[in-house]
Design a protein around this ligand. Structure first.
Ligand code: COA
Length: 260
């Protein structure tokens, strides 16, 4: 299922997606965005996949941003459409995936690259990673959800400072701010992602899907997070996974979840 700019490998219920455009530091052009939409759409309904890891190829960049060469001639109408389409087809789409998505940030995650990582449910980074939203230095603002998600994740004051100053965060600082949850040497990044995936794989896929929805609900206009939690909680009681999980506990054995 690999495409021109994405390498996809599925192994032991984990899908590994690598953005593979190294000569442009994996910058997000139209083709990469379309391929991301396609791959995530396919993985959404692929029952053999329970966790997704997204990373960049090479040792230098996760994604160095939206492809500046592609939008430099755009006017306001095309600019607006670019942001809207990108948000709907990729960034919000990933955030609303029914299975966990881990960003393994292996180098620069700038602009659209950091926005992509922030759309994922979890972020871990290699020690050489650098993160920032440098859009205002180009005369534009983040358009793939960056103004919203950075403030949600690290707080409004820090987000404002990073967006207005275009300062880059080193990996340790990003860890301090809670933008990533682990920093490891580069060669340990994918093993660390695999270890996190293994922990998640032990748990009920049905409950995990409900948990993602409930956590996201707090940030979605028109939704009440507490109400979403009550609904998700209730839905779990109708699942096979709930029967299996509680039964396994009572029988002192390991649960064998099906995701139903
Ligand atoms: N869009 C398009 N091309 C990009 C890109 C982007 N966001 N980021 C990097 N590239 C390309 C460069 O143009 C260069 O291509 P070339 O070899 O054909 O000239 C190639 O990737 C390598 O980048 P280069 O700038 O030579 O590497 P560097 O090590 O000197 O600098 C960065 C690395 C990440 C600091 C620098 O590439 C950069 O600032 N990129 C843009 C970051 C940005 O503003 N992103 C937000 C976009 S909204």
């Amino acid at each position: 299922m690999s495409t021109a700019n994405l390498q996809l490998r599925i192994q032991d219920q984990v899908a590994w997606i690598q953005i593979d455009r190294p000569t442009k530091l994996n910058a997000l052009n139209r083709a990469v965005l379309e391929e991301l939409n396609q791959v995530f759409s396919d993985l959404r309904t692929d029952a053999s996949v329970r966790v997704i890891v997204l990373t960049g190829s090479g040792e230098k960049a996760f994604v160095a941003g939206a492809d500046i060469a592609e939008f430099s001639e755009f006017g306001p109408v095309e600019g607006r459409a670019l942001a809207q389409k990108g948000q709907d087809a990729v960034f919000t789409f990933i955030e609303q995936m029914n299975k966990p998505v881990i960003a393994a940030i292996n180098g620069f995650a700038l602009g659209g690259g950091l926005e992509l990582a922030m759309s994922c449910h979890m972020r871990i980074a290699s020690a050489n990673a650098k993160m920032g939203l440098p859009e205002t230095s180009l005369g534009v603002i983040p358009g793939y959800g960056g103004t919203q998600r950075l403030a949600q994740i690290i707080g409004k004051g820090r987000a404002m400072e990073l967006i207005l100053s275009c300062q880059m965060l080193a990996a340790d600082q990003a860890l301090d701010f809670g933008l990533v949850t682990q920093v490891v040497p580069q060669e340990e990044l994918l093993p660390a992602a695999a270890a996190l995936a293994q922990k998640i794989l032990k748990n009920s896929p049905f409950a995990i899907g409900q948990a993602i929805q409930a956590v996201n609900a707090a940030y979605e206009e028109g939704l009440n997070g507490f109400e979403a939690e009550v609904n998700g909680f209730g839905a779990c009681f109708g699942s096979e996974d709930f029967k299996e999980g509680t039964q396994a506990f009572l029988e002192k054995r390991k649960a064998n979840f099906t995701g139903n």
